[in-house]
Design a protein around this ligand. Structure first.
Ligand SMILES: Nc1ncnc2c1ncn2[C@@H]1O[C@H](COP(=O)(O)OP(=O)(O)OP(=O)(O)O)[C@@H](O)[C@H]1O
Ligand SMILES: [Mg+2]
Length: 225
């Protein structure tokens, strides 16, 4: 393993991606150290989402190399490998409106109990959810139905969901693009203060989680860097 790679959790080198008739990315490189915060800035169509979609395994690469946790990834196994350590919050939210906050956070990985682990352990699911929400300083209930929450609060749940997966790298692709400025301000207040939210990432990093964080919109992160 090259020495430089040991200090980066992620290295993308010379990434090129073409769509029919469009060169979306040309020779793009990005390096991320553990427990750091990065913001990608670029005009509409610059290729920010494409680069992050490559990272989350949604798109393949035409040229370039990706190293994650010191290991070079084959283009073929990018998705499988990265899914274990990367959480992406996409531009378009996809909550299940009729389900509760806890059911959304644990969708597809519900804690089970009983004979042959056949039944969802709702008590544990709601207790774990409340612990997560309280830990992030969010004044929301795990028992609330998603459709009854504001878009801003639903976004906070998406962020909580990403964090709950214990990802090493959390990507937020303009998570507030569908939210009004007023609601962005509300997110700031709900995070109370937002620095505390960021501090969580730092603290988790310092005790070994090494979470890093890439955001794609400055307005969505009312934090000073
Ligand atoms: N699935 C796709 N098929 C074809 N072209 C695509 C696809 N996804 C992205 N593109 C094109 O690739 C280029 C980069 O788009 P991308 O969405 O990555 O930009 P962006 O920087 O995220 O823009 P925005 O700020 O508007 O979100 C654009 O020209 C876009 O039209
Ligand atoms: Mg985009």
């Amino acid at each position: 393993m090259e020495e430089a790679l040991q200090t980066y959790i992620l290295e993308m080198r010379g990434i090129t991606k073409r769509f029919p008739g469009v060169l979306a990315l040309h020779d793009v490189s990005l390096s991320v150290r553990p427990s750091t915060v990065h913001v990608l800035i670029g005009e509409n169509g610059a290729g920010k989402s494409t680069l992050m979609n490559i990272l989350s395994g949604s798109y393949s690469i035409d040229e370039g190399e990706v190293y994650f946790k010191g290991r070079q990834l084959d283009h073929m196994d990018t998705k499988a490998t990265l899914q274990t350590g990367i959480s992406m919050i996409r531009q378009e939210l996809s909550p299940v409106p009729a389900m509760t906050v806890a059911e959304n956070i644990f969708l597809g990985r519900e804690p089970m109990h009983g004979p042959f682990q056949m039944f969802v352990d709702f008590d544990k699911m709601y207790a774990d959810t409340q612990k997560l929400l309280d830990g992030l300083g969010l004044k929301l209930s795990g028992r609330a139905v998603m459709s009854e929450l504001s878009i801003a609060s639903q976004q906070l749940i998406e962020i909580t969901k990403a964090i709950s997966r214990d990802a090493s790298l959390i990507i937020m692709d303009e998570p507030t693009s569908a939210i009004s400025d007023r609601e962005v301000i509300r997110i700031t207040i709900e995070c109370n203060p937002p620095e505390r939210h960021l501090q969580k990432f730092r603290v988790r990093g310092s005790v070994g989680r090494h979470s890093s964080y890439i955001g794609l919109k400055i307005k969505s992160m009312p934090i000073s860097f």
